[in-house]
Design a binder for this molecule. Structure first.
Ligand SMILES: *Cc1c(COP(=O)(O)O)cnc(C)c1O
Length: 428
């Protein structure tokens, strides 16, 4: 027996891990009573791949099989990715831009997750801070905390189509601010920013001398009146780094492939060492699976458009259904109808419903994501990327729960932005 074991799990890592979406969901799931005989309705995670009607395009599956069968992609790829795959991403994204990207602008990553890890790590210098949206995607907070990058939150306004108040954003920054993150189409709000709002963000970034990180993992998954405009359109105004992946549009989050793309028309990112820093990060981490990279050119450039159309029309219908059902339950409301992405945010009108996510999981076997984990208390995130029958059953149970617990008819307005710089994850 050793007289004393000298190792201890890192609190730094445990703390950062608890902030991620997975960490927040673990907190909700541990309240489940086990099997109450009812089927669990998961309206928390945006991964519809389990449902037969959301199966990816047969074309994409064939491209992966062909890459495996060719036996040419069993080795390591180069750090930035296979040249053909990088150039396919450049061509795919250039279709929506007023200029052409080159394959050198593209770095392939293990999903959009590794792309955000790469850029946040590349930017982290002592004292630097980054502007993140609230509500947002908590993996940014977790990765920033892990990399030692200070986080400053700007609020997205539910009364104004979830747009940001740009004067307030600018006031939040200082000489140590290095970047702003824009998630569009928006997770968790299901909003799609207008051209003018995006342009103003780029202009603000230029004034502040900061980089725009455009998370477009839901790019093209839009079905409302605002079309999807890639942030890269404004690269002549300020340097942009675009992040994306196959996970959401092709419904294959398990394939783990994404990209980090430089929209840097004036070479500012190269000049300031950001490109070398990204390369350094990728050199010390692993690469996406080689045969999936090999299938990318086929998938990105040749997937039949009826596949995209089918997925978007299913999301349009299920978003509509979710929005309508949420209007019919008195203690919740949804101020803004979603226009894209896979989620909508629902507001709780009665304070006694605090802690609702754990109770709903326990009593009704319905899993929702608490807004607390996203920076908004007294809100919930619901995904509509599930079979329609699950939406019906899920909302039936939410209604039953609300009726059982509503003791007061009086509506109260609650404050909702979570104040602490790093969210309070305990109260779910
Ligand atoms: C899902 C998601 C990611 C991560 O994407 P993966 O390709 O699954 O790694 C990043 N950002 C946002 C906003 C997401 O919703």
């Amino acid at each position: 027996m050793a007289k004393r074991w000298r190792f201890e799990g890192s609190q730094h890592v445990i703390g950062a891990g608890a902030m991620t979406l997975r960490g927040v969901m673990d907190g909700v799931m541990k309240n489940m009573d086990g099997d109450d005989g009812r089927h669990v309705i998961h309206l928390s995670q945006g991964d519809p791949s389990a449902f037969p009607s959301f199966r990816t395009a047969a074309f994409a599956e064939d491209a992966v099989c062909a890459a495996v069968r060719s036996a040419q992609f069993n080795g390591y790829s180069s750090t930035a990715g296979l040249p053909a795959a990088r150039s396919a991403v450049a061509e795919y994204l250039s279709k929506d831009l007023p200029y052409d990207l080159s394959s050198d602008d593209v770095f392939l990553t293990i999903g959009c997750t590794q792309a955000l890890e790469a850029i946040l790590t590349a930017l982290a210098r002592p004292g630097a801070n980054i502007l993140l949206p609230r509500p947002g995607y908590p993996d940014y907070e977790a990765r920033a905390a892990f990399a030692g990058l200070e986080v400053r939150h700007f609020d997205l306004d539910p009364e104004n189509d979830w747009e940001a108040d740009l004067a307030a954003v600018e006031a939040l920054g200082d000489d140590h601010t290095v970047a702003i993150v824009v998630i569009n189409p928006g997770n968790p709000c299901g909003n799609v920013f207008k051209y003018d709002h995006l342009k103003k963000i780029a202009e603000m970034a230029r004034n502040m001398g900061i980089l725009v990180i455009a998370d477009e993992v839901y790019g093209h998954l839009t079905f409302g009146s605002n079309p999807f405009v890639p942030m890269g359109v404004f690269a002549s105004i300020a340097p942009i780094i675009t992040l994306g992946s196959l996970s959401k549009r092709w419904i294959v989050p398990g394939w783990r492939i994404g990209w980090l793309v430089l929209n840097d028309l004036h070479g500012i990112l190269t000049k300031h060492g950001i490109v070398d820093s990204i390369k350094g990060f990728l050199n010390i981490s692993s690469d996406p699976v080689t045969f999936i990279q090999a299938a990318l050119p086929e998938i990105l450039l040749k997937t039949p458009t009826d596949f995209y159309d089918k997925i978007v029309s299913m999301f349009r219908e299920s978003a509509e259904k979710c929005y309508k059902l949420s209007q019919q339950i008195p203690c919740i409301s949804c101020p803004t109808k979603p226009q894209g992405c896979m989620f909508l945010m629902i507001k709780l009108n009665l304070s006694m419903l605090e802690g609702i996510c754990c109770k709903l999981a326990k009593e009704e076997s319905v899993i929702l994501l608490p807004g607390t984990g996203l920076g908004l208390k007294n809100w919930l995130r619901v995904t509509f990327a599930v079979e329609a029958s699950h939406i019906d059953e899920g909302f039936r149970r939410i209604r039953a729960f609300c009726e059982r617990h509503a003791i007061s008819k009086k509506e109260t307005t609650l404050s909702y932005y979570v104040e602490s710089p790093v969210f309070d994850y305990i109260y779910v």
